[in-house]
Design a protein around this ligand. Structure first.
Ligand code: NAP
Length: 478
């Protein structure tokens, strides 16, 4: 029986374990944390929710008729993944609290080592380590001198009281928008330190009635019809818009964001909230509450650049000291890490860190030339955006299982993308990037060091088509 190691027990790792098991491949899952859920385990900040429709953000073999509203709370999403992992027998396969530090390909197998010294060999490795995983902690001068509590949004300290406190939030991405909405009411004062204004799309979080939930329970076809509708609305609107700024879909998207901004009553505040780049160049913030929250009497938008952190609070370039009790770094993530810092050494000593020295690449986001039987879920250049990464991972695992099937049936022992396929994919991807909104004059986590979008730059339909069946001529087998 073939064996596989799955790295990570988040949404994609749970999926991989289930599908490997169903395909007759024995697998162990390695998880450095103490529970499943990945991003939904790590991010527990007040107000956390998923701005992708909850029903669409589920595995197609484990739908959940119980969602309370269009967009679910973080804790409910985490509970969903915990339930699925339990129901499908994944929990027994997971080695918790042990980080994989080394993967070395030797004599046709992957040798794995963990931080605790555990060793094992596998035929196949699937990296399901997530994208938004390693917090980006900017090096603010004086941050160590701050007398209050300071932490990153993905490392929330629930022991720190917030009610009646002066709270500062650095950053104004999707995370900060949710935080401001959740905290402004209870805070004495809430400062939002904005370096670059963001476009905000309204989306009401419509609740599902008990009747609707009963219908979804009784009639899975009705639930699937809803998911098809949610899916096609997003794909025909947002996903089509961002890859072509001259499209009617893009103009429609732009209008909604501009109209939303126009709802900010105070002209001076509106001016400061107005981005100087195109709608959706950065990932859209989806929120029907953010503009109200930032206009709340407790809220202050601070746009003077942060000069340093002092014991009492934040000193901005205009000379003002903003006294704070709590400082939250909603400053995003290092998005080019993927499986790293785990060392991955392929045949002949080829080091993944060297191959990715200029930035992470993978053929169709799943296979790296020179690294046989090593696959990634939601890997480099995978589709990201305001749509369901669960669905993306499902397409990818089915594709990977087709590649693995050739090993299982003895057609070959090793498989990896050819260097030529990787090069061609990358060239086409960079060419397609030129038409996307992400290169229209803003900085964002979508762009790599060279300013090229690191994500899937083609249509979502192309992703679905490419992921349907491997083109075997793009693979080297032995
Ligand atoms: P982010 O979008 O990367 O935003 C980071 C923020 O921190 C930006 O406003 C950035 O300003 C600011 N920042 C970074 N370094 C700074 C510095 N040195 N000084 C001042 N400001 C600094 O991070 P995020 O809000 O955590 O969101 C990351 C991604 O997570 C999202 O794009 C989304 O994909 C996902 N997410 C999703 C949801 C959801 O509901 N589905 C919710 C939260 C997060 P600049 O813009 O000037 O760089």
């Amino acid at each position: 029986m073939l064996t596989a190691a799955v790295i990570g027990a988040g949404m994609a790792g749970i999926l991989a374990a289930i599908r490997l098991d169903q395909s007759g491949i024995a697998c162990d899952v390695y998880e450095k944390g103490d529970s499943v859920g990945g991003t939904w385990r790590e991010n527990t900040y007040p107000g956390i929710a998923c701005d992708v429709a909850a029903h669409w953000y589920t595995y197609n073999f484990a739908r959940n008729p119980e969602w309370d509203s269009l967009m679910a709370k973080g804790e409910d999403i985490r509970a969903y993944f915990e339930h699925v992992a339990s129901d499908f027998g994944v929990l027994e396969k997971i080695r918790f609290n042990d980080e994989v530090v080394l993967l070395r390909y030797d004599a046709g197998r992957w040798h794995l080592e963990t931080a605790s010294g555990h060793r094992a060999d596998y035929d196949i490795v699937i990296a399901a380590t997530g994208v938004l995983h390693h917090p980006n902690i900017p090096d603010f001068a004086g941050i160590d001198t701050f007398r209050g509590a300071v932490f990153h949004s993905a490392r929330w300290d629930h022991g720190v009281p917030l009610d009646g406190k002066n709270i500062g939030i650095i950053g104004n991405g999707s995370t900060a928008a949710q935080l401001v909405s959740a905290l402004v009411e209870g805070a004495k004062r809430l400062d939002l330190y904005q370096r670059t204004a963001q476009w905000v799309m309204p989306r009401d979080n419509i609740p599902y009635s008990e009747e609707e939930k009963a219908l979804f329970r009784k009639d899975p076809a009705a639930l699937e019809a809803l998911i098809r509708e949610l899916r096609s609305k997003t794909l025909n609107g947002y996903a089509a818009a961002v890859i072509d700024v001259s499209s009617p879909e893009y103009r429609a998207l732009e209008q909604v964001a501009q109209d939303n901004l126009a709802t900010v009553k105070d002209a001076a505040l509106r001016e400061r909230l107005t981005p100087d780049y195109k709608v959706a160049c950065k990932r859209l913030v989806i929120s029907s509450t953010f503009y109200d929250a930032i206009q709340h009497p407790n809220a202050r938008l601070v746009t003077s650049p942060i000069e340093r952190i002092e014991p009492e609070g934040v000193r901005t370039a205009d000379g003002n000291l903003h006294e704070l009790d709590v400082l939250v770094l909603a400053t995003g993530f290092q998005v080019d890490r993927f499986i790293r810092p785990t060392r991955v050494i392929g045949p002949g000593g080829l080091d993944l860190d060297d191959v990715w020295a200029e930035g992470p690449l993978a053929y169709l986001s799943m296979s790296v030339a020179g690294f046989p039987n090593f696959f990634l879920l939601n890997g480099p250049n995978s589709p990201v955006g305001n749509f369901s990464l669960v669905e993306v991972a499902q397409h990818q695992i089915e594709y990977i299982l087709q590649l693995v099937d050739g090993i299982r049936t003895g057609h070959y022992r090793e498989i990896a993308a050819t260097p030529e396929a990787m090069r061609r994919f990358e060239e086409e991807r960079c060419e397609a990037a030129k038409k996307t909104v992400w290169v229209t004059g803003c900085d964002s986590w979508y762009l790599d060091k060279k300013g090229v979008p690191a994500s899937w730059t083609f249509s979502y339909d192309r992703f679905v088509q490419e992921a349907a069946h491997p083109r075997m001529q793009d693979y080297e087998t032995r």
